[in-house]
Design a binder for this molecule. Structure first.
Ligand SMILES: Cc1ncc(COP(=O)(O)O)c(C=O)c1O
Length: 469
């Protein structure tokens, strides 16, 4: 065995030890060395520093170092050589990197029904470029300074006009705030609400799981409230003791339910009665294929509702452009929170988007995309009916995803695994439940072609029949 690469000089092994920690020093040393070996930072056959030298270097007794080395030898990370020196075991070096590479070799599924991807290949580059040009030619220097936390007046005006026209909101530019997607808008909002004394957030069950974590990090308690075919179960909301609720009323994620007029009225009555707040995540309302979308709840009760919108489904998630319509009482705190967080969203992007909307390009883009997504949805639903008729889609014809329940003889884990073996990505409902619920699948189709959708469902049918054989 070669002893050519050495690492024996004092100060060569950087391991951070926390003497105030309750974890014993030999364990801290072990895990420091183990991590470096796994990450490939200590490579195969590297000779470890002599125990006495390392002990002096780190201010430890030699016994602590000996104990750590012995443990790592026992685990197979180090090899003890005759001659009294210790080397990094070749089999262990860089295993994390190898695991990652192996994962990448396996690669992403050939056809992937992962949700949340719109077709970014259709991004309206030419029209966006025209707006960039105009904006760069016309933007006065003063607009390039730090701005109001709510964002540029131009975008707030364009968006307020657009949303009032298309979504039936009651937005005034001064009540709007531009943020980096729903992710930032909802995080800041939940932080501001927690600071203002709100305590318990009700979320739809099932729903987007990331939000619950954000709520808990903000100091709120998150509770699940069931979703019915007519939207959130407002009687269960009443019992939940929540003082704020998050709803995807126009197209519930992931079930696809639409809140009925009665549910929307009951939500507003609940908020009024308890002085509570409704957060309306209107993430994909622009895509409704069989009839006009229902108007936003915000338009019915602007002082009870925070409306949240995003360009992530309509244009591209990478734009990181989102917006909130706020009740008057939250405007100042939210504007301050946005300034504290990042000093405001990038001005050029906001001004470009403002011009893009004002020129009618946003409407044009949506008119072009709607029939494309509708064809994809029809292909998906049609092929499911032919090939796997017991996976019945639920929810309205809208958005960029479809959900089905799974028959009782199929588990999500088995179906997703059998699909992956065929190069197909399908995804279960499990992560979206607050309180565990029945199995289901959520299919995102936004970024696929029609033939991929059809082939994907054929692969799924094959996967399911293999499980049933
Ligand atoms: C329910 C829901 N709301 C909002 C969003 C948009 O988030 P963002 O604007 O941060 O991209 C998503 C994205 O997938 C979503 O699933």
């Amino acid at each position: 065995m070669s002893r050519s690469r050495t690492n024996s000089g004092a100060g060569e092994l950087l391991v951070e030890l926390r003497r105030d920690s309750s974890v014993p020093l030999h364990q801290q040393l072990e895990s420091g060395i183990r991590d470096r070996i796994r990450q490939g930072l200590l490579r195969a056959d590297v000779v470890m520093p002599a125990t006495r030298a390392l002990a002096t270097d780190l201010g430890l007794s030699r016994g602590v170092v000996v104990e750590a080395y012995q443990q790592l030898v026992a685990e197979g990370y180090l090899v003890s050589r005759t001659g009294g020196y210790t080397q990094v075991a070749p089999a262990a070096a860089g295993i994390l990197v190898q695991e990652r590479a192996a994962g990448e070799l396996g690669g992403p599924p050939r056809i992937d029904f992962k949700y949340s991807k719109p077709d970014v290949s259709q991004f309206p580059r030419a029209a966006w470029l025209r707006s960039i040009r105009k904006m760069l030619n016309e933007t006065p220097n003063r607009s390039l300074a730090y701005l109001d936390g709510r964002g540029t007046a131009e975008l707030r005006e364009s968006l307020a006009d657009y949303l009032n026209r298309v979504r039936g909101t009651s937005a005034r530019p001064e009540n709007m705030l531009i943020c980096n997607g729903f992710a930032q808008g909802s995080r800041l909002l939940l932080q501001v609400l927690a600071a203002a004394g709100y305590r318990r957030l009700a979320v739809e069950d099932p729903s987007d799981n990331e939000l619950r974590e954000v709520a808990v990090n903000a100091g709120l308690e998150a509770v699940g409230v069931p979703v019915l075919e007519t939207g959130l179960d407002v009687e269960a909301l009443e019992r939940s003791g929540a003082d704020v609720v998050m709803v995807t009323a126009a197209h519930q994620f992931p079930t696809g339910a639409v809140a009925s007029a009665r549910t929307r009225a009951a939500l507003i009555a609940w908020a009024t009665k308890h002085d509570a707040l409704i957060i309306e995540d209107d993430y994909d309302a622009e895509y409704r294929y069989d009839r006009e979308p229902i108007g936003a709840i915000q338009g019915l009760a602007p002082e009870c509702v925070v409306y949240a919108g995003t360009a992530s489904k309509t244009l591209a998630p990478g734009l990181r452009l989102g917006w909130l319509i706020l009740p008057c009482r939250l405007v100042e705190q939210m504007s301050d929170a946005k300034v504290r967080d990042d000093r405001g969203s990038p001005v050029f992007d906001q001004l470009t988007f403002a011009d893009f909307i004002a020129r009618g390009e946003f409407d044009r883009h949506l008119r072009r995309m709607r029939p494309r997504y509708r064809r994809l949805r029809d292909a998906l639903v049609g092929r499911l009916a032919e090939q796997v008729p017991d996976l019945v889609p639920i929810g309205v014809s809208a958005g960029l995803h479809v959900m089905t329940w799974l028959p009782a003889d199929l588990s999500e884990a088995a179906v997703t695994k059998a699909a992956l073996d065929r190069g197909l990505g399908v995804y279960g409902l499990a992560p979206y439940w607050v309180d565990a619920g029945p199995g289901g699948l959520v299919f995102g189709y936004g970024s696929l072609t029609e033939s991929e959708v059809v082939e994907g469902i054929d692969l799924l049918a094959d996967a399911i029949s293999s499980l049933r054989r």
